[in-house]
Design a protein around this ligand. Structure first.
Ligand SMILES: [Fe+2]
Length: 218
């Protein structure tokens, strides 16, 4: 079932990618981890595929996108749960530890996962369009497209989920924040595709309920 911020399961939403038992166990461990929102990885995968479809990616790229998005935070298994769940601001040392999770995730899966498109999402999903992200400070289109898509999907999903240190924001506020940070944090093309995919889903849902569809204009 789709999380509420995705409004509804779209008719063509993909099933959660099938993963081997070892990866399933790791994902289940991550969902149970203190400070991690259960279902976050699945929500990011669903939303990333919607964005990828809106951008016209082919089926092979969409499959890599779905799996990379599902596994994007797997490196958080190595981060102290007390830090992930901390309700107050983090120290510099704690931030440094959290910022290791992309490279730890890549190292965890690298020996078994040979698909570069999947590993690149895991390593670079916290890079920023303006080069201010981590771990490598990549910028603009030097960040692989899959990682740019997951960055937008991850941020949107995270804003809509309650965390130990803040409440969830409503969906339109999350959209406004993504629009505000387009072309600084995020690839504006990916943000545009995300908003389009949400609107299309809302239209599909509204049609089923015979409600008028009103597109966001601002
Ligand atoms: Fe992450």
């Amino acid at each position: 079932m789709a999380p509420s911020f995705l409004a509804a399961v779209a008719p063509d939403d993909p099933p959660v990618p099938a993963v081997e038992p070892r990866l399933r166990r790791l994902l289940d461990d991550l969902d149970r981890r203190d400070g991690y929102a259960p279902g976050h990885s699945t929500a990011v995968s669903t939303l990333a595929v919607r964005i990828g479809r809106a951008l016209g990616l082919d089926e092979v790229s969409l499959a890599h996108l779905a799996l990379g998005a599902l596994l994007h935070d797997i490196g958080k298994l190595f981060i102290d749960g007390r830090v992930l769940a901390k309700p107050t601001s983090l120290s510099a040392t704690e931030w440094k530890a959290i910022r290791l999770h992309p490279v730890l995730g890549e190292a965890l899966l690298g020996p078994d996962q040979s698909e570069a498109g999947v590993l690149s999402i895991i390593r670079w999903h916290h890079e920023r369009w303006d080069g201010g992200g981590y771990p490598d400070g990549l910028s603009g289109s030097s960040i692989p497209l899959g990682a740019r898509i997951v960055a937008a999907a991850d941020a949107f999903s995270a804003m809509c989920e309650p965390r130990a240190y803040r409440s969830a924001v409503v969906r339109d506020e999350a959209v406004e924040e993504l629009e505000r940070t387009s072309w600084s944090h995020f690839d504006g093309g990916c943000v545009h595709a995300l908003i389009e995919s949400l609107n299309l889903t809302r239209r599909d849902s509204d049609r089923r309920h015979n409600l008028p569809f009103v597109r966001r204009t601002a």
